[in-house]
Ligand binder design. Structure first.
Ligand code: AMP
Ligand code: ZN
Length: 126
């Protein structure tokens, strides 16, 4: 099912980097690091918790394939993987997407905590 006003329901075919029956992957238009990839279900789902088990498996396969691709192209030193859910979880595009964000030595002088740092009190770690 596709939604008329959803940008991720209307991605140009040329932007698709990896795909399978239920999911597609494409580069984030505003990458937070080199190789930032998004993985989405083909069918419009509002958020991570609306995914079927089959879609979760299909998305996970593209996350794994995306890691292989990013490792080959950019040789990152780590990754963050995750989904923002809902307005107050930071979600801005309301078609479920998983962020696969490569991390590079030195991109944060104190990387400990990773995605915990999305909240100010998450910085107090290690
Ligand atoms: P979120 O804040 O988790 O909803 O993330 C939405 C992501 O989609 C952001 O990282 C945007 O840079 C990215 N984005 C928005 N529009 C596009 C687009 N047309 N193509 C690729 N990435 C996009
Ligand atoms: Zn959509």
């Amino acid at each position: 099912m596709s939604q008329a006003d959803c940008i991720f329901c209307h991605l140009p075919q040329a932007s698709i980097i990896l795909e399978n029956d239920l999911a597609v992957a494409f580069w984030d238009i505003h990458p937070v690091s080199q190789g930032h990839l998004l993985v989405i279900p083909r069918t419009h789902r509002s958020n991570f918790f609306d995914l079927s088990e089959e879609e979760l498996l299909a998305i996970n396969r593209l996350i794994q394939a995306g890691k292989t691709l990013i490792d080959q192209q950019y040789h990152p030193d780590g990754y963050n993987v995750g989904a923002n859910v809902g307005l107050y979880g930071g979600q801005t595009v309301m078609h479920c997407h998983l962020h696969l964000i490569p991390r590079y030595r030195g991109d944060d002088p104190n990387p400990a905590g990773g995605i915990r740092k999305m909240l100010p009190n998450g910085q107090e770690f290690a």
